[in-house]
Design a protein around this ligand. Structure first.
Ligand code: ADP
Length: 175
């Protein structure tokens, strides 16, 4: 991939850990474009139908990668997804894995109206740090950052950190 002026960032973590909220604020702070994969899968038909058991669209990885490739080549994208195991490694300059404490996550998922089965699965995913392990297996360790996302203060700190990182990236590339 040619060097890009603006970085691509992946913000990932278990559902409910705060990805979308963090991405929206980070996009405002940095001027980068937020791409919410779940939403695009539904809107642009990047799926293989609907899974009744899990009550979600069955994501088609090839369709997602093909659809996003031109935008990722341009750079300046913040990708929001609850997994980190199928995007091309070359896409990202920074991978942020958001983490939430068990009790905090439970409350958020309950408030979302998830079934107890879905809550249980997601809690297990967070406790077993599935997404963090995926990120560490898929990207160079030096670009993977694990950040807490329990409180509003955590979120503000995370957005500030991402903003400073983007500023530095852009500065280094323009020198
Ligand atoms: P995700 O995109 O990871 O599923 P969301 O961004 O939709 O998570 O957040 C789920 C809920 O938790 C939202 O109501 C959001 O406002 C709240 N939330 C997320 N992160 C935090 C945080 N760090 N502090 C307080 N509330 C948060």
């Amino acid at each position: 991939m040619p060097p890009r002026k603006y970085p691509n960032i992946l913000i990932t973590g278990t559902p409910g850990c705060g990805k979308t909220t963090t991405c929206e604020l980070a996009a405002i702070a940095t001027g980068l474009t937020h791409l919410e994969v779940g939403k695009l899968v539904k809107e642009r038909g990047l799926h293989d139908g609907f899974d009744d058991e899990f009550q979600s669209w069955i994501l088609d990885e090839d369709k997602v990668v093909d659809e996003l490739e031109p935008e990722m080549q341009q750079g300046g994208r913040i990708v929001d997804h609850h997994g980190a195991d199928f995007f091309p490694e070359r896409w990202f300059d920074l991978v942020v894995v958001l983490r939430a404490d068990t009790q905090v996550l439970f409350g958020r998922l309950e408030q979302r109206g998830y079934s107890s089965k879905k809550i249980e699965e997601n809690m297990e995913c967070e406790i077993m740090q599935v997404v963090l392990d995926e990120a560490r297996e898929s990207y160079r360790p030096e670009i993977v950052v694990e950040l807490p996302s329990n409180t509003v203060e955590d979120m503000e700190n995370n957005v500030e950190r991402i903003e400073s990182w983007v500023t530095q990236f852009v500065q280094e590339r323009s020198e």
